[in-house]
Design a protein around this ligand. Sequence first.
Ligand code: ZN
Length: 317
Amino acid sequence: MIKKATFQEKFDLIEKGHYRRIDIPIARLPSHTLIDMPVFVYKGKQEGHSLLLTAGIHGDEINGVVTLRRLISEKYLMPDIGTVIAIPLVNIYGFLQNSRDLPDGKDLNRSFPGSQGGSIASQIAYILSKEILPNIDFGIDFHTGGSKISNYPQIRCVLSDEKNVELAHYFAPPFIMESDLIDKSFRKEAAKNKKSILVYEGGESLRLDELSIQEGVRGIKRLMHHLGMKINKDIDLSRKPIILQKTSWTRAKIGGIFDFHVLTGDYVKQNQILAHITDPYGSQKYSIKSTKNGYVIGINHMPVVNSGDALLHIGLE
Ligand SMILES: [Zn+2]
């Protein structure tokens, strides 16, 4: 039997100045349909940085998928210097089922480094850890808010890590915020291997958000420009991101109908009324005031909330 070429063998065969789509086989569905993960590799004419772009690790977070799709169809990702590896849709299973997770109920982003003989989530994590991470220097992993929470475009990284902060400023989203490395996440696995992966969050799951998609496209173009991978004289480099050292959630004190009066991205002042929680019958109205000056970086879009639910994510400079 002829041995099939590995991802690495196919990757190494791509010549400078060329691009190739490599489909990594994942597994077969119970219907016997083969699921594979298309990986787009662009090698510039000169050697340089290797940048990874991933989206759809959570299968219901589609803004990042569209962001990468646009850049692929624009034929933008071929760098002059260095290599770009783009995986627009990592969790194909979740994508098919409008689900964050895999059919095994596991969250791929809590399954790293994974194992070859583990659950589907673990097997995909293993492929990213073993086949992809060794070929990159750094990357951006595209996400959205989960479970009805909409995030204003933001990069999440470790602010005490100089490389993280440098890359985040190159990308220049509206907000850059501190976020600890979560156990078993792709970002933490990369950090263990001395590779910086930053998480971009924009919009919410199961809903396309044009602003988040456009900010993502612009961010990748700025990042490639500043890294010297692809110079672009037409992009706006004037954005000065707002750095949020701390963020906190305003939670519901009582359950009811959540009616907010601010938008994500808004600057709010201490004691400003941000929202009301009412009962359905007009007898109760509870005001939610901001406890500090800060920016609204996330809003819960569930109209009906329970006591203790996270409602508004406020970032402090
Ligand atoms: Zn996510």
